[in-house]
Design a protein around this ligand. Sequence first.
Ligand code: PMV
Length: 344
Amino acid sequence: SANFQHKSTFSAPSNIALVKYWGKNPDQTPANPSISFTLNDCKTITSVEASFANQFSFDFYFEGERKPSFLPKLQTFFDKILPYCAFLNGLTLKIDSKNTFPHSSGIASSASALAALAMNICDIERQLSSHPNEEHLLKKASFLARIGSGSACRSISGNPVIWGKNETFPAASDLYGIAFPNTLHAVFHNFQDTIMLVDVGQKVVSSTAGHALMNNHPFAASRFEQAHRNLAIISKALEQGDLDKFIEITESEALTLHAMMLTSTPSFILMHANTLQIIERVRRFRESTKLPLCFTLDAGANVHLLYPESIKSEILEFIKENLVEFCQNQQYLCDTVGNGAQKL
Ligand code: PMV
C-alpha cells in the first residue's frame, strides 16, 4: 500500500529476575528457566513512524537526537527478526526512544528498550493484518524482544513472568515469556523494588560475554539444574505468600549469579565493597526486626531491595539512615512491580 502511514508509541519497563537467566544458546534461547518481576517506573518509551519505501530501512533517535552509533546494533537486530516480519519489507522506520531513568544509573536499558521496540513492530503488524489476534501479537512481541536481548522477553507482560522450558510450567517456552499462570499471593501485589545505585558506570561485563562464561563453566550443569529447582520452590512461595522461602531463594539466586562469575574463566568480581556493606546491613536489619526485606543483584554492583508495600515507610527510613551512604552520590531509585508494556 503506497500510502501506508503508521505512528505508534509504547512504553516498556525494566524487569528484575528472581531466578536468574545466566547462560544461553546461540539461538538466544536460555540455558535455564528464569522468573522475574516486571517493574513499573524504570521504563523506555519508544515511538515508531513507518511509511512506504522501496526497501526496508530505519533511522534511530534518542531523545529526539539522531544517534548513528546505535545503528549497527539495531541493524543486527533487524537482520535477525526480518525473517519473522515480512511486513517490514518495503517500510522505512523512524525510531525515537527515551528512558525514564537517569542515563548514568547503571540500570541496563536493553530489556525495556527492546521490549518497547518490539511492541511498536507488532503494532505495525496489527495495523497491516485484517484479523489481528491480540494474544498472538503479545507473544510475538516477547519473541522479537528476546531476539534482541534475552531478558527483554520478560518485559512485555505483567507479573511475574517466566521464560524458559521447565517442568513446573508446561506452557512456558524458550522462545517467549509467559505470565505466571497461578494466583499470585496478595503480599506480592505492589511489591517494592528500591534500587541502591552503588556504581552508576557502564557495565563491566557485556551481557554477551557474560552468558558466554557459562559455556564450559565447571559448575554449569549443576547450576542449570538448580535454577529448575529454585523456579519450582519460588513459584510455590509466590502462590502461598511464603516470604521466608521467597527471601531464601531470591538471595541465593543473586549470590549464585555472582558465584558463577567469580568461578568462570576469566573471572569477574562485580560486587563492590559497598555492595557487601548493603547486603550485610540488610541481613542484620532482617534479623533484628523480622521484617521481610531482601536483596537481589544483576550482573553489576547495584543492589535491588525487595519488600512488601505494607512495610514501605519502615524500609525507606532504614535506607535513608543506614544504606544511602553506600550509594554513589547517595542515589537510589524507587520502583514497584507493574503491568508490562503499554500503548501510549
Ligand atoms: O538479557 P541479558 O542478555 O542482558 O541478560 C540478563 C542477565 C541477568 O540480568 C544477569 C539475569 C536476568 O535473568 O535478568
